[in-house]
Every structure is written in C-alpha cells, then in structure tokens.
Design a protein around this ligand. Structure first.
Ligand SMILES: [Zn+2]
Ligand SMILES: [Zn+2]
Length: 174
C-alpha cells in the first residue's frame, strides 16, 4: 500500500502516484471544488457583480438542481440569494468605513476611555475633586499596580509615577 494523496478541495483521497495526481488535478471535479473554495473568500460585491452579468439558469430554477453546480455559466441565485448578498455587501461596506466597529465593546472603546479621561482632567483642573480623590484617581489609574513594583527597569520602560511625570526625567543614554 503506497502513500495516499488527500485533496482538501475535493475532500477525497486516492493512491498517490504521478498518474493519479495529474489526472485528479486536471479533472473537472477538482477545478469546480477549487473554484468553490476560493469563491468563499471573494467579497460579496465581486460575487454579486458576476452573478448580475449572468442569465438565470433555467434548469436550476425549474428543478432546483443543475449538474454544472457552482461552475455553471448561468446564475443559480434566487431573488432571496441576491437580497442576502446585497445585505452582506452593505455590512462589509460599513465594516470598511468603520473598521473598529468590531472593537466597540465597553472595555475596548478608546473614545469612551478618552472622554472619561477628559472629564477627570477637567474635574481636577476645576478643583471639583478634592486632594485625596485626586490621589485616588491617579493611583487607581491605568497602570496595573504590579507594573509599578518591577525593580531595575530601564528608564524608558518605567511606568509613569502616580499622577504622571512631573517633569521629564533626565536620563543618560548610553
Ligand atoms: Zn481535488
Ligand atoms: Zn446551472
């Protein structure tokens, strides 16, 4: 028993030799599977554009089946498929325009963080926060406490002291 060649696209295996491999890789079935696989990664807009240049496949509409499958030169898309595709395109477009939409969870919203920081700063500046609260606000800040206690860090890696740098520390760079 020799080695077996497994084709991921077609999800099938056969005895691995030059002849079988060549025959398989040039086969219609393999080309179809491969195209279908890569079609998964095309964006919806490209698929829609291509589908709209095709005439509907009569065979597919009448019987719900067509031997040509995804390589048919006529369109197998129903009205609903097209609508789904259009919705998908809309979603992709929004994702592109607002790439960090996916990151917008409460913990990861930078805008939120910045506006909270702004408010805190404004409150400090206007003196509406008392001294102790200021201290607390500063030490309860963004630097996790265990980072403040790592010994012998180079200056460039030191976290800012509570309340931020008073003035830029002098460092001998060598
Ligand atoms: Zn194959
Ligand atoms: Zn067809």
């Amino acid at each position: 028993m020799g080695k077996r060649y497994y084709c991921d696209y077609c999800d099938r295996s056969f005895q691995d030799n030059m002849h079988n491999r060549k025959k398989h890789l040039n086969g219609v079935q393999h080309h179809r599977s491969k195209k279908a696989w890569f079609d998964n990664f095309r964006d919806a807009a490209a698929i829609l554009a291509e589908e709209q240049t095709k005439k509907p496949c009569r065979k597919f509409i009448q019987t719900g089946q067509c031997v040509f499958g995804s390589s048919c030169r006529f369109s197998h898309m129903t009205k609903k498929d097209i609508d789904d595709l259009k919705r998908q395109i809309e979603a992709e477009r929004q994702r592109k325009e607002d790439p960090d939409a996916a990151w917008k969870s409460p913990e990861r919203n930078v805008d939120d963080w910045l506006s909270r920081r702004e408010k805190r700063k404004a409150a400090l500046d206007s003196g509406s926060i008392l001294k102790e609260e200021e201290e607390e606000a500063a030490t309860g800040s963004d630097v996790p406490p265990h980072f403040l206690s790592i010994p012998d860090l180079p200056v460039s890696l030191l976290p800012p002291p509570p309340g931020g740098w008073k003035n830029v520390p002098q460092a001998e760079w060598g």
